[in-house]
Design a protein around this ligand. Structure first.
Ligand code: CTP
Length: 401
């Protein structure tokens, strides 16, 4: 998504300026063209040479230097960028932008641009919580400037509190979100993700290898496209996606309760979770001790959550399920699609390289109620998620015809 995007990273003079190097590198790695503007003060914290090397472009500092013979730098840079990322943004720079002061290359260029500007504040916590700084932030937010809040933690000045520059991954996600077309505005998307854990005794459970990556990618993609997103997730090691409401659950029964509570309110329901079909019939209160001979564990059926959701499905709701198969992919998926009253099913073949649980990619077929089968090549899970939402949009378009 950031491939070939033109990003200007504008660095102001705070200790977090060194972190901008990591950010520039990450943008370049994603295929973006990056140019860097620095204030004079920023050059005291990190050298322009570092940023020039990482961005493979000259670094712009001086207001009065011409880019080519007659190109005026702030005008040319203001027009170049698809997006500006001010990171770190000091109290001073935020104050200047909010007050319409343009007295160096960074502030002049920001004033001259029509592109979105994402401001990433970083400063001492007393400065950040100062009412004047907060007023300036609120004023800019109201005018359409975007913000990534700083993190809480220990600051370079040894104080503890809010003021640490947001992580590069959060800044990048916000850029992705800002640059994504908002075609799911008004949709309330419910996604389930991850495995469930079915407890056996206080120290053991039955589960599966699901990493949750597909469900988290769906939640991320839906949020980028402007939907309100609720993610009901079994235990995973993934970072919760930004801007998404996360409801953590453990067992299938807990997941069922969470889904049923929110079902009526959702317009798109995607069940990417790998729900355990069975749970131990008896939950031992004490640790099961080993004995001679084999141990037999009796299992009982868990609720089929998507089946229950299918029964309650309303006319305006789109219900999407997944099928993971190791044989007879199409036949098995088509049966699940019909039995569980889904609008379409995303089927993946476990035997294919690049498909399934732990992978960052997936190879899927999207099969709908009318019998059409879309065969997608191996793709990143975000791309698969976007293909799924494109299918949802087609259903919406058809129902509006
Ligand atoms: N699913 C569910 N509740 C369950 C089991 C599955 O909601 N107890 C959902 C999954 O989230 C998925 C779809 O049903 O969207 C198909 O899941 P899958 O495990 O492939 O199929 P099962 O119906 O469990 O059938 P089987 O395990 O026999 O293949």
């Amino acid at each position: 998504m950031l491939k070939d995007k033109k990003i200007i990273v504008a660095i102001s003079g705070g200790i977090a300026a060194y972190k901008a190097a990591d950010l520039v590198r990450a943008f370049v790695k994603k295929g973006a063209f990056v140019k860097v503007i620095m204030t004079e003060n920023a050059t005291k914290f990190i050298t322009p040479l570092t940023l020039q090397t990482l961005s493979s472009n000259p670094v712009f500092i001086d207001m009065f230097s011409l880019i080519k013979e007659s190109e005026i730098s702030h005008i040319s840079l203001a027009q170049y960028a698809d997006i500006f990322v001010v990171a770190p943004a000091t109290a001073n720079v935020i104050g200047k932008i909010a007050s319409g002061i343009a007295d160096d290359l960074l502030t002049t260029t920001i004033m001259a641009t029509k592109s979105p500007v994402l401001i990433c504040p970083a400063m001492n916590t007393n400065m950040y919580t100062n009412a004047i700084v907060q007023e300036n932030i609120a004023k800019l937010a109201l005018r359409g400037y975007y913000f990534v809040d700083p993190q809480c933690g220990e600051l370079a000045c040894k104080a503890t509190g809010s003021g640490r520059l947001a992580e590069s991954s959060d800044i990048i996600e916000e850029v992705e979100c800002i640059l994504t077309e908002k075609d799911l505005v008004g949709e309330r998307v419910l996604v389930t993700a991850g495995p469930t854990r079915e407890p056996l005794d206080p120290v053991r459970y039955i589960s599966n290898y699901s990493s949750g990556k597909m469900g988290y990618a769906l939640a991320t993609a839906a949020r980028r496209r402007g939907a309100d997103v609720l993610l009901i997730s079994g235990p995973t090691s993934l970072k919760p996606p930004r801007g998404v409401k996360l409801v953590p659950v453990e067992s299938a029964v807990e997941m069922q309760t969470a889904v049923m509570n929110c079902l009526a309110d959702s317009t798109i329901i995607i069940k990417a979770a790998a729900v355990a079909d069975y749970r131990p019939a008896i939950l031992s209160k004490t640790k099961i001790k080993k004995r001679r001979g084999p141990l037999v564990i009796s299992l009982e059926r868990n609720p089929d959550i998507i089946f229950e959701a299918g029964k309650k499905k309303k006319k305006n709701q789109v219900l999407v399920g997944f099928a993971m198969e190791s044989e007879d992919l199409i036949e098995n998926a088509q049966k699940k699609l019909k039995d569980k009253r889904m609008d379409f099913i995303v089927a993946n073949d476990l035997t294919q390289e690049g498909a399934g649980f732990q992978s960052d990619t997936n190879v899927v077929k999207i099969i709908d109620k009318q019998g059409s089968i879309k065969d997608l090549p191996k793709m990143g899970k975000i791309e698969v998620a976007n293909a799924i939402f494109d299918c949802v949009k087609q259903i919406r378009a058809k129902s509006n015809e």
